[in-house]
Design a protein around this ligand. Structure first.
Ligand SMILES: Cc1cc2nc3c(=O)[nH]c(=O)nc-3n(C[C@H](O)[C@H](O)[C@H](O)COP(=O)(O)O)c2cc1C
Length: 166
């Protein structure tokens, strides 16, 4: 399995790492910003993870999807989104922001919560969060249980993955 992710401030990266830890061996993680080229073995599951900013896909994710959509349709696909909003809103991001063909193709959808550290934000982001959302200071609603469940679900989807215990 390969986990491709974009993370502006590190939370999505942390989710990718936690998911990989729960999945165990044979999982590669790749930051699409640092290494835009990627390849997957035939039939290998590809997981794509990214955050939502201002109700939109970050620019690098839009660009990645524009160039890689066809390639992402070849292998089994899973997508996870990191966002601070409620799960319901995060689910609506999936249907409004992910290209329809990828939505249909994705066998797995994950919503792991979101987090931000105030000290990591740039002045523009701080002003936006303060004025639009009334937020100030660190926030986290990381859903560890959801990551663990995701790993279990994914293991059942991959050929040779752990069988369900009856
Ligand atoms: C400027 C700014 C705008 C954001 N806008 C949204 C938003 O519209 N909806 C949402 O659910 N979360 C929003 N978030 C929260 C991020 O999605 C969340 O912090 C995410 O975990 C960041 O991931 P990253 O650290 O990998 O970049 C926003 C965060 C910032 C700093």
């Amino acid at each position: 399995m390969i986990i491709l992710y974009y993370s502006k401030h590190g939370f999505t990266e942390k989710c990718a790492q936690l998911l990989a830890e729960h999945l165990g061996e044979d999982v590669r993680i790749q930051d699409v910003r640092k290494t835009p080229q990627w390849s997957a073995n035939p039939g290998e599951m590809v997981i794509l993870g990214f955050p939502v900013y201002m109700g939109s896909l970050p620019g690098p994710v839009k660009e990645f999807l524009q160039h890689q959509e066809k390639k992402l349709l070849v292998n089994p696909l899973g997508i996870f989104i990191s966002a601070l909003s409620s799960r319901r809103t995060a689910q609506s991001y999936f249907t409004t922001l992910v290209p329809p063909l990828l939505q249909d193709h994705a066998q797995f959808k994950g919503f792991f919560g979101g987090a931000l550290e105030w000290k990591n934000l740039n002045p523009f982001e701080r002003v936006i969060l303060k004025t639009v959302k009334g937020m100030q200071g660190d926030v986290s609603n990381l859903n560890l249980e959801e990551i663990q469940k995701a790993a279990e679900e994914l293991q059942k989807l991959v050929p040779g993955g752990r069988p369900e215990v009856i």
